[in-house]
Design a protein around this ligand. Structure first.
Ligand code: GRG
Length: 295
């Protein structure tokens, strides 16, 4: 676990530097927009998704520069989703990553624009030839991240989630919702290394399956944190799902069964990595970390 902590910190520092460079503040009044983007994208978060991109890329000998640009692009999409999710029209949160949410620090309109601009900047970065010399690889990255982020992925999942506030979902429906809302970006992170390494075989499939199980385990752990952890630990409001009477894995399964289920998924995620001869220690450690994390 110490190795994982160290590796997570190292990748977080690396991706921070890349994000810093990609989000340079321009001259002129539009500088306020980029400052808001930087406020939400820099200096916080566990950076799990960037870590997964870099760990999967290392299995295919991909250059660190390429992997980090994809990791930064994905983190931009993730940060945009957090900014928009925190808006009054959605979750209406005032605390994220231990500090004021973007619309509280700036204003609602600026927060909407900061989210929009992070989303579009992400695709600009992926399409740039600095990300990969082969245009087919860049196209694949753009298309896969677009699918994972959009109507058939995260945004679709968010729509189902909003509707779930007025209708109780069953376990199959919650699973599908979470696969789209949280899982799709995590699956993209795990597949990204294989795409960069031009692997189209069982290894890509194995990473996809690992990402599926890891994503669900991650979300169950998030639901557990919402009932068990403190604001200080998570850096965001807790207990919100119960306050809203929203069905979650924990409300449907109970704490113990939810914890067991997360553990089963974490073990299953690791099994998918057996197709690799070596190099998967950190991905396996990550599968253990997501179910035991406190933030
Ligand atoms: C508004 C388009 C749009 C989408 C919102 C991702 C999302 C969809 C909403 C965020 C709220 C939430 C609780 C989502 C579940 C996924 C999740 C646990 C997100 C937080 O990810 P972490 O824990 O956060 O990796 P850090 O801050 O560590 O990056």
């Amino acid at each position: 676990m110490t190795d994982l902590k160290q590796a997570l910190q190292e990748q977080a520092d690396n991706v921070e530097d890349v994000l810093d460079g990609l989000l340079a503040v321009p001259e002129g009044p539009e500088s306020r927009l980029v400052e808001a983007m930087r406020y939400s994208a820099l200096g916080g978060g566990k950076r799990v998704r960037p870590f997964l991109v870099c760990a999967s890329a290392s299995l295919f000998g991909v250059s660190e520069d390429s992997a980090l640009r994809v990791a930064a692009a994905l983190e931009m999409v993730h940060c945009y989703s957090l900014i928009h999710d925190d808006l009054p029209a959605m979750d209406d949160d005032d605390l994220r990553r231990g500090r004021a949410t973007c619309h509280i620090e700036y204003d609602e309109a600026t927060a909407i624009l900061a989210g929009d601009a992070l989303l579009t900047r992400a695709f600009e970065v992926l399409a740039d030839e600095d990300t990969h010399a082969d245009p087919k690889v860049r196209c694949k990255l753009v298309s896969e991240l677009a699918k994972a982020s959009g109507m058939a992925g995260m945004v679709g999942g968010q729509m189902i989630d909003l509707l779930a506030e007025s209708r109780d979902l069953d376990i199959a429906e919650i699973t599908r919702l979470q696969r789209l809302k949280t899982g799709a970006l995590i699956v993209f992170a795990c597949k990204a290394g294989a795409i960069l390494g031009k692997s189209q075989d069982v290894k890509l499939q194995a990473l996809r399956n690992y990402g599926h199980d890891l994503g669900l385990a991650f979300q169950i752990a998030d639901d557990l944190l919402d009932v068990e952890a403190s604001v200080e630990e998570t850096g965001k409001q807790v207990g919100k799902d119960a306050d809203r009477g929203k069905a979650t894995f924990v409300s449907l399964l109970g704490v113990e069964r939810a914890r067991e289920q997360a553990q089963i998924l974490s073990d299953q995620a690791c099994k998918h990595l057996d197709v690799f001869d070596r190099g998967t220690d950190l991905l396996r450690a990550m599968a253990r970390y997501v179910v035991n994390r406190r933030s």
